[in-house]
Design a protein around this ligand. Structure first.
Ligand code: NAP
Length: 538
């Protein structure tokens, strides 16, 4: 028997670390890791020990005789990866762990942003044997987990399980949490630095990007950041409203965010109820008139930004016709023409095969349709009082009542920390922010909005190594400013800590249980604080 990795693989490589026979590839030290859509288990080398299944934070791994029907193709896909790529390259040797660092007290590090990147930084720091460390994880919201709570699609509950690993890190003796604290509002960057040896910004990329075309500001034209924030109950976006009455919506861009949006906009009521969608969004989407979502890309199908596991999930939905024109697929690679046999070419061929299969399918006249279009660059969002459609450079116009830009994100930045103007990203060298003393970054604020959740693990490890090396070199002076907690008390900030979050989490789960849902999210920030910190609510 062998184990099989399936759709919700997060690439964080927890399985690779525990595999006693090194049969899971590509690992973080192998060349194909960055290009792989997911990780794969070699069926002939797996010894059936089950260690990977236990270690997987998102329940993506199954024994081959227990793979759920919806994931049946993944048994072959795992095996095909090894048939296609052949032997894996030998892993690059790991860098030496770094020398012990002498010092009188613990190294004090503030990690700002309690999303995946922040938790991977905290985990890496908490595990170091080079010196003692005191880590404070801070978030401007009263809730932790950032993208996991407010970005991951509400029906991807297995992916959200990754937060249980972050909660474990939060319980580490070296870690403390301070939520509902905004750097730049409650405390300045300089004050935070004055209270710590180093600050790591893991503040992500939460703002939508504009296309700079006419009509973008019309009601019904929105960014993925707003729509995703709304349906996930993000406190900044929960009160937004969107026109969902017309039959068709158009999404610009065809990354995995576009497919998440399409799936949610087309989901039936049972699927919506089974998700942790925010209550207002659940009511609005259940009453939605949208029957067709057109996902448009400016380039050809061979450049499609989505990954095949995400498209496969839509292709396997019996309530949905996924429509692709064969004439759009001429540029797709074929196995015969592909000379390199690595993780990137394997991913490209998987996608090509799936798109060809979809184009060849008979339309079933299902109640709802997802249409994939290519080679369409939007030039104008049409409409007078509200969105009526989109015009493309070819002159084609597609009528729609909702137009969503799923064309990437920008980072919001932090007052007092230099960042790139266009992207909001921190300019950095191996995680050290250029032009700011003792300041570091990891995650989307460092690399831009790319990769899956697990990508942040290696990214965080690089940053932590740089930080500890700087400490070893004596470049992180002892803090001389006022302690953070004193500043927060003086300013009357209502701090929520992990215990407070646990109370709110239990409250949401209990409310969910009453109505047969995984949780009922509290989206109002004042209400979140009232539940999480009742004795101190402002
Ligand atoms: P993405 O994968 O980078 O896709 C962005 C899309 O926007 C591309 O199709 C891109 O086209 C298009 N685009 C960018 N600028 C444009 C412009 N000016 N005009 C028209 N189109 C434009 O980004 P994403 O979908 O936001 O996802 C971000 C990251 O999160 C990705 O790494 C993604 O895989 C990950 N993610 C993963 C999951 C999952 O695993 N389930 C779910 C959601 C997100 P071009 O290619 O032509 O630039």
């Amino acid at each position: 028997m062998t184990y099989v990795i399936t759709q919700s693989c997060c690439n964080d490589a927890s399985c690779v670390e525990v595999c006693p026979v090194d049969c899971i590839h590509p690992g973080p030290d192998e060349p194909g890791f960055g290009a792989a859509e997911m990780l794969y288990i070699h069926p002939d080398e797996c010894i059936d020990c089950g260690a990977c299944e236990d270690a997987c934070p998102v329940n993506a791994i199954f024994p081959d005789d227990e793979v759920p029907d919806v994931f049946a193709p993944y048994t072959d896909i795992n095996a095909a990866f090894f048939e296609f790529t052949g032997e894996q390259d030998a892993p690059a040797p790991l860098p030496p762990p770094g020398s012990k660092i002498a010092g009188s007290g613990p190294l004090k590090v503030a990690v700002v942003g309690a999303g995946p990147a922040g938790w991977y930084v905290a985990e890496e720091l908490a595990a170091t044997r080079r010196c003692d460390v005191e880590i404070t994880v801070i978030d401007r919201l009263a809730t932790p987990y950032g993208l996991v709570r407010y970005g991951v699609a509400p029906d991807h509950l297995d992916t959200k399980e990754i937060a249980s690993g972050f909660a474990k890190t939060a319980r580490h003796r070296r870690v403390r949490t301070r939520y509902n604290v905004e750097i730049g509002r409650d405390v300045t960057h300089e004050e935070l630095l004055g209270a710590h040896h180093a600050v790591v910004y893991t503040t992500g990329a939460g703002e939508g990007r504009s296309l700079g075309i006419p009509g973008e500001d019309l009601p019904g034209s929105t960014s993925a950041a707003e729509l995703v924030g709304w349906y996930n109950g993000h406190p900044d976006r929960a009160a937004l409203t969107f026109p969902l009455t017309r039959e068709r919506a158009v999404i610009i861009g065809n990354g995995n965010v576009a497919l998440d949006l399409a799936r949610l906009l087309l989901a039936d009521e049972a699927a919506l109820n089974a998700s942790d969608l925010a209550p207002a969004a659940l009511a609005a989407l259940a009453a939605s008139g949208i029957r067709e979502v057109v996902v448009t890309a400016r380039r050809g199908a061979e450049y499609a930004a989505f990954t095949s596991p995400e498209l496969r999930a839509l292709a396997d939905d019996p309530g949905l016709d996924v429509l692709v024109e064969e004439t759009d697929l001429a540029g797709l690679p074929t196995e015969e023409e592909t000379t390199e046999r690595n993780a990137a070419t394997f991913a490209a061929l998987q996608k090509a095969e799936l798109l060809r299969d979809l184009a060849a399918r008979q339309r079933t006249d299902a109640a709802k349709r997802l249409v994939l279009r290519f080679g369409l660059t939007p030039t104008e969002i049409l409409g007078t009082d509200t969105v009526a459609g989109v015009r493309f450079d070819s002159g084609e116009e597609i009528e729609a009542g909702l137009v969503v830009r799923a064309t990437g994100y920008r980072s919001a930045g932090v007052a007092g920390v230099p960042a790139e103007v266009d992207t909001g990203r921190f300019h950095h060298e191996a995680g050290r922010v250029v032009g700011a003393e003792a300041t570091y970054t990891a995650g989307w604020a460092k690399r831009g909005p790319n990769g899956v959740i697990g990508t942040n693990r290696a990214c965080a490890a690089e940053t932590v190594r740089t930080l500890l090396d700087d400490h070893a070199a004596g470049n992180l002076p002892d803090p001389t400013g006022e302690p953070l907690d004193d500043l927060l008390v003086e300013r009357g900030v209502t701090v929520v800590d992990q215990a407070g979050w646990n109370t709110l989490d239990a409250h949401e789960r209990a409310s969910g249980k009453e109505v047969g849902r995984p949780r009922v999210k509290v989206a109002d920030p004042a209400e979140q604080v009232r539940i999480a910190a009742p004795a101190h609510a402002r």
